[in-house]
Ligand binder design. Structure first.
Ligand SMILES: [Zn+2]
Length: 376
């Protein structure tokens, strides 16, 4: 990965580029930033720049043999460590290396939940084990294959726990030309003894504009949809990608249908909608709720200002106009709270039919309250 391929993060790139240019790369660099900000991309780009045989204009050439190996994640002197689940056969991460490469080559912005789900450990606690630490020590004690540098990338060292102590000495005094890159989302869960040995480089959340442009350039998503997604994604490009994959589900129409049915309060119709939402699966339900919250905010803007300058595409804007007749200002707080509760229950694997039926009944009560108020 080149610096050019990293989304945003100009300042952090500048810092990493200077460290390499001036031969001042520290023994251990800790890249710290929120989920989906591109920390791993930054590290991969810095490593490729370090290894490149023909750097040009402050970036890796992306064509030399070194670049080719680094970008395919197959360079023998670059070692990766990440949270995983031990099996009977093996207690080190090497067993997942193929999955890891595929996952990162597909999406270097993935988060730990995506990763654990991918290796069939969705509801388990991943770890970086004692044996993994011993394996790192062993790997880094070997001579570099290509007589250049040896690199150890530790993705999410917060999963090391106290085993991190085993790596202290190595991180403090690594063999010559050996560099550690630690990538973390939560410095508070990392041993202080490790933190104090690292130079910290920060990555910021991506801006709406950066996410929007990346979606348009990389995923060929239309501008207004990209704008809506980037607003919901809240600086997290991985989240934006997941939302983009979900874009085919017509969440606004589904929300309109729900509001109409709960507003009329016909039990049979509400149940038929609940069957429909229950059938789309947990991930899609999660995005439906996120979209509904976003939609509600934009709907309020329309009600307050009458403006059509909102983050909704044309079809969804028309739907929002229709809903302005059903949803009043007085309901917004209650509906938002209800949707947040539903979103939280989905994450905790609640039964979707019970959950959405209950939410429909509560929503009906909220909207009914409006008619009473209006009648007073
Ligand atoms: Zn190169």
């Amino acid at each position: 990965m080149t610096f050019k391929a990293v989304i945003g993060q100009e300042q952090t790139i500048e810092i990493l580029r200077n460290l390499v240019d001036n031969d001042r790369l520290p023994h251990a660099t800790l890249v710290h930033g929120p989920q989906g900000s591109g920390k791993l991309s930054l590290v991969l780009a810095a490593i490729q720049y370090l290894f490149c045989d023909d750097r040009k204009d402050g970036d890796a050439c992306d064509v030399c043999t070194s670049c080719s190996k680094v970008s395919k994640l197959i360079h023998p002197d670059i070692h990766f460590t990440f949270p995983f689940i031990s099996t009977k056969e093996s207690k080190v991460s090497d067993q997942y290396l193929g999955d890891w490469r595929n996952a990162i080559l597909t999406n270097p912005y993935m988060d730990v939940n995506d990763w654990l789900a991918l290796i069939g450990a969705a509801n388990k606690q991943g770890n970086i084990t004692k044996d993994e630490c011993l394996n790192i020590i062993k790997k880094l004690s070997l001579k570099a294959f290509q007589n250049k540098y040896k690199i150890c990338v530790i993705w999410l060292p917060e999963y090391l726990g106290k085993e991190g102590n085993r790596l202290l000495k190595l991180i403090e005094e690594p063999p010559e030309n050996t560099f550690f890159f630690l990538i973390t989302e939560n410095t508070q869960q990392i041993l202080n003894t490790i933190l104090s040995r690292c130079q910290v480089v920060k990555a910021s959340p991506l801006s709406e504009e950066e996410i929007k442009n990346a979606l348009i350039d990389n995923k060929e998503i239309a501008s207004e949809k990209a704008a809506a997604i980037s607003f919901i994604a809240n600086g997290d490009y991985n989240q934006a990608l997941a939302l983009a994959d979900n874009i085919e589900n017509d969440n606004a129409a589904l929300f309109l249908e729900w509001m109409r049915k709960v507003y009329k309060g016909n039990g049979v119709h509400m149940v038929s909608w609940v069957e429909k939402i229950a059938g789309i699966g947990r991930e899609n339900q999660k995005y439906f709720i996120q979209y509904a919250l976003h939609f509600l905010r934009e709907l309020m803007v329309i009600k307050m200002t009458g403006s059509d300058k909102v983050r909704l595409n044309k079809d969804d804007y028309q739907i929002a106009l229709k809903l302005t007749n059903i949803i009043e200002f007085a309901h917004i707080d209650q509906i938002t709270k209800l949707l947040n509760e539903v979103g939280y229950a989905i994450l905790r694997n609640a039964n979707p039919k019970i959950l959405f039926l209950d939410a429909s009944i509560q929503m009906n009560a909220i909207l009914k309250n409006k008619t009473k108020l209006a009648a007073v």
